[in-house]
Design a protein around this ligand. Sequence first.
Ligand SMILES: NC(=O)c1ccc[n+]([C@@H]2O[C@H](COP(=O)([O-])OP(=O)(O)OC[C@H]3O[C@@H](n4cnc5c(N)ncnc54)[C@H](OP(=O)(O)O)[C@@H]3O)[C@@H](O)[C@H]2O)c1
Length: 325
Amino acid sequence: MNAQAERSAPVRVLVTGGSGLVGRAIRHVVEEEGASKEGEEWIFLSSKDADLTNKEETRAVFEKHRPTHIIHLAAMVGGLFRNMKYNLDFWRNNVSINDNVLQAAHQVGVVKVVSCLSTCIFPDKTTYPINETMIHNGPPHDSNFGYAYAKRMIDVQNKGYFQQHGRCYTAVIPTNVFGPHDNFSIEDGHVLPGLIHKAYIAQKEGKPLVVWGSGSPRRQFIYSLDLARLFLWVLREYPEVEPIILSVGEEEEVSIREAADAVVESLGFKGEVVYDTSKADGQFKKTASNSKLRRYLPSFKFTPFHQALKETCDWFVANYDAARK
Ligand SMILES: NC(=O)c1ccc[n+]([C@@H]2O[C@H](COP(=O)([O-])OP(=O)(O)OC[C@H]3O[C@@H](n4cnc5c(N)ncnc54)[C@H](OP(=O)(O)O)[C@@H]3O)[C@@H](O)[C@H]2O)c1
């Protein structure tokens, strides 16, 4: 296609998982921050539009919208404790969703797919920092083997679509994501939204904030709106099939204790903070390198952690009744 034709070709971006934490952030960036380009049409799907574990429903929703580009976010997602309980469901649901989405994309002629992996799918025993070449180098942590292996297979499939069909289907690898519209469930959610919810309740009831685990594991957190801006860049400009880690730098890693302190500060929590060491810690750390991202985008500015956390806490307090929890 020549440059003129390429410029005028319609671009229809279908976002699976458009109602989730990351999907809502992409929607915000596209619709509220004016990041949509002329000629682009954006469609955000939720599970109400199609159950993507179902091949026929997936195919039908792709036929209906005839997208040219896909951001594939839909997945069974959860924190450590939900993963430990339902490894089989995480494996089966996510393998089905990913196979249905990638194959339907291929069948309707989608030119680019950006899927979403996670740094928690890397080998448990590894050297640090983790980089993009290490995904398949050994078994993942036992707590989330179902989710991890299902996600790894996206990378295998992307290579296959490129090798057999020349498709540019790629994937990003974010670290722990947080922001407005997260799942703030204490039992099933990720560590930060869970802590925010617990601190909010402890504050209201005048009780101590009980943090699960020792507080010593370390994590890199990425604000959902920063991730959304990076997703748009990957969709439009990142040329590789090989995945790319989307993360703040290694020096930005914080312990769960530091994260809990930041939540306490953001919510103005005045009570006692205690650590329940009878609960599991999960993987001690999964420090990821963002040097590949930095080679492409040396000057991208991440929102400072405390600012992003404050915005998230403010959103949760203002939207307490409607928030997922
Ligand atoms: N959150 C993190 O810390 C994190 C970190 C790294 C990577 N990721 C990845 O980022 C992506 C988005 O995660 P998120 O945190 O935004 O998740 P989320 O808030 O739980 O949203 C999940 C999305 O997937 C949709 N979905 C789930 N099952 C579906 C099904 N069977 N058919 C159709 N849609 C389905 C949900 O639709 P409904 O709203 O209708 O249920 C929702 O839109 C996922 O691929 C996840 O693995 C997340």
